[in-house]
Design a protein around this ligand. Structure first.
Ligand SMILES: Nc1ncnc2c1ncn2[C@@H]1O[C@H](COP(=O)(O)OP(=O)(O)OP(=O)(O)O)[C@@H](O)[C@H]1O
Ligand code: SF4
Ligand SMILES: [Mg+2]
Length: 356
């Protein structure tokens, strides 16, 4: 989508390090959990950016910093050009209203002792200017209707709903203040596969209806495929590859993205047969002890000496700079190569389409 216009959200050099301390009486910092270690991205108005990566790579920490539940150690979060990490008081409150979060687990993120009406309407206590007291009930009922729930359920409790319905309540709560940006942290991961598509379709419809911009977090590339315009792949606190949907899915150049794609379920049996399986060796290193050079090198089958010495920048790799094709997108790898891991549907060819 339009990347030339000013982004609604831009993140630069975002870092969150949690200090590791030892000692009981005299606490001394002995290291840091580098949960997020230098993340950059842009989000255009009306766009969906998918952020994907394995458990522990820092996705939720990024999300929490975007909605001000965590304070960054360093970096900027620019909302319409203004760095919101420096705001406080009324200015911060007004920005927070515009960036809302939908949480992963609809079972634990809704207070079991509150009615659905109180859960959705709670935000109006902090922002009465959005819905005057006499108007709240109607507002909440409208929101229930918008997310596909019966407005008469307003006095029910979370346990009276299914998982998918609870996530609809979570989404209604996210919409209550009419935000411009929704940060959805694995909104469908806790749901049955059959319900996931319904919730994703609902979010896609709401995006058009309310002119929303989304950050959509998932640990699996297949989940974000149909909702994102662009995707950023995270590994150990950083984005290692980012590009438009088709660039990432059909022309990945980073070995980690290629490995993730090779594990994605492929519905077409013909394509499945020709899909290449890449099994990564070893575990993800601890974020307290990040490898030198390329942070993916301890699991990369292509790693060479240079990978331990030089940090690869997230940029269009030199070999693709002169071409304008879909392989020319940002990839943090010294030896980036295009590789079609999953053949496009209907084609039986599974060979890498680039060099190598
Ligand atoms: N408050 C904290 N103190 C110390 N370490 C933390 C804290 N919060 C998160 N971490 C660590 O930071 C890293 C990133 O965590 P985060 O929850 O952001 O990952 P994630 O990508 O969302 O993972 P998941 O897919 O499991 O939700 C993990 O190693 C985690 O243990
Ligand atoms: S820079 Fe080296 S270790 Fe890192 S992804 Fe590329 S080839 Fe693998
Ligand atoms: Mg998480």
């Amino acid at each position: 989508m339009a990347e030339t216009t000013e982004p609604i959200l831009e993140v630069r050099g975002l870092v969150k390090h949690y200090p590791l301390t030892s000692g009981i009486l005299f606490k001394k910092q002995v290291g840091a959990v580098k949960a997020v270690d230098g993340v950059d991205f842009r989000l255009a108005r009306g766009e969906t950016l998918g952020i994907v990566g394995e458990s522990g790579c820092g996705k939720s920490t990024v999300a929490k910093m975007l909605v001000n539940l965590e304070r960054p150690t360093a970096g900027e979060i620019r909302y319409k050009g203004e760095d919101i990490t420096r705001l406080s008081g009324r200015a911060l409150k007004s920005v927070r209203r515009n960036i809302q979060m939908v949480f992963q687990d609809p079972y634990t993120s809704l207070n079991p002792r509150m009615t659905v009406g109180d859960i959705i309407g709670e935000a109006y206590d902090i922002h009465p200017e959005v819905a005057p007291k006499g108007d709240r009930r109607r507002r909440v009922q409208d929101l229930l209707d918008v997310v596909g729930l019966n407005p008469e359920y307003i006095n029910r409790y979370p346990h009276q709903f299914s998982g998918g319905q609870r996530q609809r309540i979570g989404i209604a709560r996210g919409l209550a203040l009419r935000p411009e940006i929704i940060v959805a942290d694995e909104p469908v991961s806790a749901l049955d596969v059959s319900v996931q598509a319904q919730v994703i379709n609902l979010m896609a419809r709401l995006q058009d209806e309310f002119d929303l911009s989304y950050i959509f977090i998932a640990h699996d590339l297949s989940i974000v495929r149909h909702i994102s315009d662009r995707v950023g792949v995270m590994y150990l606190g950083r984005i290692v590859e980012t590009g438009r949907d088709e660039e990432i899915y059909d022309h990945p150049t980073h070995p980690y993205t290629q490995a993730l794609l090779s594990a994605v379920p492929v519905p077409d049996p013909e394509a499945r047969e020709h899909r290449e399986r890449i099994i990564l060796s070893g575990d993800v290193p601890s974020p307290t002890n990040i490898p030198s050079g390329c942070r993916f090198r301890t699991r990369c089958w292509k790693a060479r000496e240079r990978c331990a010495l030089e940090v690869p920048a997230l940029a269009v790799p030199a070999e693709f700079r002169s071409v304008s094709g879909p392989a020319a997108h940002d990839s943090a790898c010294h030896f980036a190569e295009e590789k079609q891991v999953v053949p496009p549907e209907g084609e039986g060819e599974g060979e890498g389409s680039g060099p190598g």
